[in-house]
Design a protein around this ligand. Structure first.
Ligand code: TR5
Length: 144
């Protein structure tokens, strides 16, 4: 979706952002995503951590020296954090703890950031819940 690229670019104008938001609104349609093929290993990825519930792999377009995605192997309705229900509490905790394991493995325990983009306004582009683990450089605050 090309207009979504405008939405999530820091330089996008207000009009570009509004148009892109409208175009992105039905992106969470429950269809399989690219992450299914990464989980099945049909598409190769650089795996940093894996257990029976969680997979962590390097982001193909890194925004920091360390940029790892942590995902549930079974999406189970978690296309985005905004769709989480009480029953997802256990996997959500496992994902957060796995992000700490990733930070340790990658040598960034001293300082790292965990980001979840939920929905179009937050620039989510893949509708399979994922945590971004970012580090290896000085982060800025607030994020864009
Ligand atoms: O924008 P959100 O928060 O949804 O984050 C999606 C992330 O998935 C982005 O940071 C992308 O760079 C990342 N991504 C997208 C693909 C991909 C990937 N990371 C690793 N491998 C990938 N493959 C093979 N294909 C992608 N389309």
């Amino acid at each position: 979706n090309p207009s979504r690229r405008y939405l999530c670019r820091a330089s996008a104008t207000h009009d570009e952002q509004a148009a892109a938001k409208a175009a992105a609104i039905d992106a969470d349609n429950g269809a399989p995503t690219i992450f299914d093929k990464i989980i099945s290993k049909e598409i190769p990825s650089t795996i940093v951590y894996e257990d029976d519930k969680v997979l962590a792999f390097k982001d193909v377009n890194p925004q920091a020296p360390v940029h790892v995605l942590v995902i549930p192997k079974f999406r189970d309705g978690l296309t985005q954090l905004g769709k989480a229900e009480q029953r997802h509490g256990e996997i959500l905790g496992q994902l957060l703890y796995a992000s700490r394991i990733v930070a340790e493995k990658e040598g960034i325990l001293e300082g790292f950031r965990v980001v979840i983009n939920s929905g179009p306004s937050a620039c989510q582009s893949v509708y399979h819940l994922h945590l971004h683990v970012l580090g290896g450089r000085q982060m800025q605050w607030p994020p864009g």
